[in-house]
Design a protein around this ligand. Structure first.
Ligand code: 5GP
Ligand code: MN
Length: 325
């Protein structure tokens, strides 16, 4: 998007007194870090900010400064001058409050998902960007805002998480420049990495042990799948959040081009997919199943009572031609 458009977003923010900042449901560190970081920056500019979220922050991410300020009840929308929705590739991912949130105008949407489905009034969507966190950094520069240490922490965590610690192909020189500026602001990379990655409870590690034992390989190891059942959650005592990052284990196999994680939830079956390189577009597969995401990281949900076996069969049937093609 052009600089003029960013100017329009800046002007809209400058005019607003009360701003609601939201992101997608089940927020990951990029979503949450962008939401909390931008909210803090806007408050620094004298705005009244409401950090709306359907649920409180997962225990895995409540180290992010000001996560306790998330508001889970929708406020009186008549007092909101503007909404900013971050890291949300599809308005359906706004959750239960979607319809109410979409009545807020102007709505600014900032996102980096490749298959972004347009919504909102002012959109800054750049699919090549490594994270929404680094777009928020650029916005704060355009707003000539101070970036507090708390906000810097949030944005740095967002960038580290969405780039897989600067490993994914979306990582560019700009990513490092922005991350470098945040470190110069006082962020300690080791501290953020420890909170993001060395955060296992015993029950979570036991769940990982069980889930890794389900590993199945197809197409000479090009496709790998792991599965978590409700029974495994019950046995380990782990929570649904605890499967965060499990998908990285099948992805780490040398032979793997596409990794899939099938997770049985109470009311649905969720699918996480990861792929390596530009040849394997898992976002396209996710879209065919009503989901979305990025070329190399995407997901979808089955909510119509399909069995685990049916879902797994369907996923393998869709992915085999991709990896064998
Ligand atoms: P994850 O596997 O970490 O849950 O999600 C990977 C990516 O896929 C994220 O960028 C997320 O936004 C997207 N994604 C995951 N599940 C869904 C879904 O059900 N619908 C859509 N539209 N995107 C999803
Ligand atoms: Mn993101």
């Amino acid at each position: 998007m052009s600089a003029t458009y960013l100017n329009e977003i800046v002007k809209t923010i400058q005019k607003a007194e009360t701003i609601l900042v939201a992101t997608h449901i089940f927020p990951d560190p990029d979503a949450l870090g962008s939401q909390l970081g931008l909210s803090n920056i806007l408050e620094g500019l004298g705005k009244k900010v409401i950090r709306y979220s359907e649920e409180p922050a997962s225990y895995l991410y409540n180290f992010l400064p000001e996560s306790e300020k998330l508001v889970c009840e929708l406020p009186d929308l008549s007092q909101i001058d503007c909404a900013i929705v971050l890291d949300c590739g599809d308005c359906l991912r706004l959750g239960k409050a979607m319809e109410a949130l979409l009545t807020i105008h102007p709505m600014i949407v900032i996102d980096h998902h490749a298959g972004h489905q347009d919504f909102g009034d002012l959109r800054w969507v750049q699919s090549g960007r490594a994270s929404t966190g680094d777009m928020v950094y650029e916005l704060s520069k355009a707003l000539q805002a101070e970036i507090s240490l708390d906000a810097a922490h949030c944005l740095y965590a967002a960038i580290v998480a969405d780039t897989g610690s600067f490993k994914y192909s979306s990582t560019t020189a700009t990513t490092f420049t922005i991350a470098g500026a945040l470190v110069a602001r006082g962020v300690k990379p080791e501290e953020v990495a420890t909170r993001l990655f060395d955060n296992f409870t015993e029950s979570r590690l036991h769940l990982l042990q069980t889930v890794l034992a389900t590993l199945e390989l197809f197409a000479d190891g090009k496709l790998a799948m792991i599965t978590a059942t409700q029974e495994m959650f019950a046995r380990s005592g782990a929570a649904s959040d605890d499967t965060e990052s499990f998908i990285n284990y099948p992805r780490s196999l040398v032979s793997v081009k596409v990794a899939v994680f099938v997770k049985e939830k109470e009311d649905a079956i969720s699918i996480s997919m990861r792929s390596k390189g530009s040849q394997y577009d898992v976002a396209e597969i996710a879209r065919q199943l009503g989901g979305g995401g990025h070329r190399n990281a995407a997901g979808c949900k089955f909510c119509k009572g399909e069995t685990l076996a049916e879902v797994r069969e369907q996923i393998v049937a869709l992915l085999l031609p991709l990896v064998e093609g």
